[in-house]
Design a protein around this ligand. Structure first.
Ligand SMILES: Cc1ncc(COP(=O)(O)O)c(C=O)c1O
Length: 374
């Protein structure tokens, strides 16, 4: 059996109907910031229950434009964590701000809240949690403390469309929530795409100016902006898929729970979460000190497992200017050595889940010490 990570085709029901819509857009010249973009922005805003959504070119641009919209200075600091995708930290640098990293938390693999709050200095202007793998970062304490200190909370929700804490969608807790619609994501374009959610009218207007070459009206450039607009055809794809997102997320949760059930007695550790948090399993990660051998084994059995992320941020050459050292964020380093993502997609079948679990079991049986499950 071959178990793939992605099945893009399955996300297009009524494909002919969809293609007829796209053909019409192309023939009618609906290309740039057309009604299709506004329609998706309204629909995604309604889904998130937030006042404004601004569509941009990528998730990286969503982060970059968000940080730019806060009008900060180059000596201002943004606190985020060492176990994230490169784009989170690259966007901070590209916005001309100073990234400050904290370690991951042992059980959730997300930002260690205590360390993040402890890293706040007089120069800190933004706290940037990442809802990695689809699990919401606990927000209550972060909201309380950042409000007290007048620090902006900006969420990287690129991997967590639809995830909730006590019913509220991630991306709506902070002043700005950033989403990616890269084809791999839970809500995916047929190419690149991104969006920013906010409840602040002034910020949403500034973001619209920023994404459109700094123009407030035709040929009136009020600031040096980017050219970062959500493409009209991608907006159509996203509007087409959005009504299915909650169903797909529910199916991902089902896959994750079957994996956990089948793997529960093995020497593996899983990502833990709190009551009230609704994980959307962009990725299903397992932790084992036999990670590299297990990956080889799974690949030899045609299981499309993958490592996210093998090199933590502080050891990436792109960020060498910040002087971070090996050993500085030991949990992020351990996660980079030990985490493995098993294939997960909404339509993974029980037979496929059983096959992957059997492959993991056959490899781990009799191997190594127990890391403990949560
Ligand atoms: C956590 C995180 N942040 C930001 C991004 C950037 O998104 P994009 O690839 O759309 O630029 C990604 C995309 O993979 C991501 O996973």
């Amino acid at each position: 059996m071959k178990v793939q990570r992605y099945d893009y085709l399955s996300q297009f029901e009524r494909f002919q109907e969809f293609m007829a819509d796209v053909s019409r857009m192309i023939l009618d010249g609906h290309y740039v910031l057309s009604e299709e973009v506004s329609e998706f922005e309204r629909a995604f805003g309604a889904y998130l229950q937030c006042s404004y959504v601004v569509g941009v070119n990528t998730g990286t641009d969503a982060l970059l434009c968000s940080l730019k919209s806060l009008a900060l200075r180059s000596d201002h600091e943004v606190v985020t964590h060492a176990n994230t995708f490169n784009a989170t930290v690259a966007a901070i640098c590209l916005a001309g701000l100073k990234p400050v990293l904290v370690d991951a938390e042992e059980n959730t693999f997300l930002m260690n809240t205590k360390e993040a709050l402890g890293a706040i200095t007089s120069q800190t202007r933004v706290l940037l949690p990442v809802h990695l793998y689809g699990k919401p970062t606990p927000m209550q304490e972060l909201i309380r403390e950042t409000e007290k200190k007048g620090i902006h909370l900006v969420e990287d929700a690129a991997q967590a469309h639809g995830a909730r804490i006590d019913g509220q969608r991630v991306g709506t807790f902070g002043v700005l929530g950033c989403f990616s619609f890269h084809p791999s994501k839970n809500l995916a374009a047929a190419g690149d795409g991104g969006a920013i959610a906010t409840n602040e009218p002034k910020i949403s207007e500034d973001l619209r100016t920023l994404r459109a070459l700094g123009q407030s009206s035709q040929n009136n450039h009020v600031l040096p902006g980017y050219n970062s607009k959500l493409d009209s055809i991608q907006a159509k794809v996203l509007s087409w898929k959005l009504p299915s997102l909650d169903i797909w997320n529910q199916q991902r949760r089902k896959v994750a729970s079957l994996y956990r059930e089948r793997l529960r007695d093995l020497p593996l550790k899983f990502q833990s979460w709190n009551e009230g948090e609704e994980h959307v399993f962009h990725l299903f990660v397992i932790r084992t000190d036999k990670r590299d051998q297990l990956l080889n084994h799974l690949q030899s059995k045609c299981v499309d497992a993958v490592i996210r992320y093998p090199v933590p941020i502080h050891l990436q050459p792109a960020f060498s200017q910040y002087g971070w050292r090996r050993g500085q964020f030991p949990i992020a380093e351990a996660l980079a050595r030990e985490l493995l993502c098993l294939p997960i997609r909404p339509n993974l079948t029980v037979a496929e889940i059983d096959y992957v679990a059997d492959c993991v079991r056959s490899f781990l049986k009799g191997h190594g010490k127990k890391l403990g499950t949560v």
